[in-house]
Design a protein. Sequence first.
Length: 393
Amino acid sequence: MAISRKQQLAMAAIVVVGLAATAAVLTAQGHAASAVPETGSAAPHPSQEAREIRLDDAQAKAANIGIQTAGPGHIRAATSFQGEVRFNEDRTAHVVPRLPGVAEAVPASLGQAVRKGQVLAVIASTALSEQRSDWLSAQRRREAAQATYDRESKLWHARISAEQDFLQAQTALHEADIALRNAQQKLAAIGAGGSVTAGSGLNRLEIRAPFDGTVVEKHLALGEAVKEDASIFTVADLGNVWAEFAVAPKDLAAVHVGQKAVVSSSAFDSQAEGVVSYVGASLGEQTRTARARVTLPNPNGTWRPGLFVTVAVLADSQAVPIAISADAVQTIADQTVVFKAVAGGFMATPVQLGRTDGSQVEVLAGLAPGDRVASSNSFVLKADLGKSAAAED
């Protein structure tokens, strides 16, 4: 059957309309698909501008931001331990009277700085009175023996008396010398001098400071009776203290006598350098750690016994390809970064760090030799970056 011209035009129009409708549907679906985010896609990263801080030279100078060039350096790796400041036991004395008695005077007070030989207390002791009496008697016998010896020596040399009388006088003088020295040494052993000043009794025992130091303990009052072995004073030289710490078995290879150590405390900003003077040869039965200590100079009395400290034992210095100041490192969103100097400001650059000695830190990745970074007051840049991110949010 023949199709007329009119029917052909109608069929063609229907086909064109259908194609147009199909194209419109496909286009709408494409736009809808592009509007829906793909499942599991990562969140967008911050823009490059958000990680960069615009800062000219004048602003950086006003903020006291220091610049350093990354390059080769030396790192003294440190192993840190928790410790406590203690008295230097080699310079701490527990003063005892060595004779029983009663306190007649106690001029020393708790916390007082004393000099070697300074009187701390005066004790009346009957035992000392007896010993001084023996000393005085020995002294008089020696004087008499000396006079007899001198007389017999003249008579014998003049051929007036027999040699036997001279020898007896000589023997008596030697025995008197021995008795006198014995009495003197007994008094010296208890710290009492043999001389007795006018107006003072034989029983007066002066307790004196053994060396320059500070009275850190006092257990004596006026009129109190004391025994010969009672610790009435503790004098310590605080110009030199110990920083003691415990070393676990896994760290024993890193701690040796003679190593330098840096002692610091969270109570204040000061730190001091000392030397490891002792490492225990055995482990404690309870702690299973070895005791170690650093001898610490303390001229100003800053390091007080009982203060908790951190002891960083320094290892030998080691060369590293890239090192920067520890002050240059900041943490932003759990990421370690440094602020690298770029044209017109600074760029927060993630880095991977290695060993550190507290002042210098090794950079393993993120910087190249010659890169310039903010080394001091870099926290100002971190604060500016946080403000920029907050403003953008």
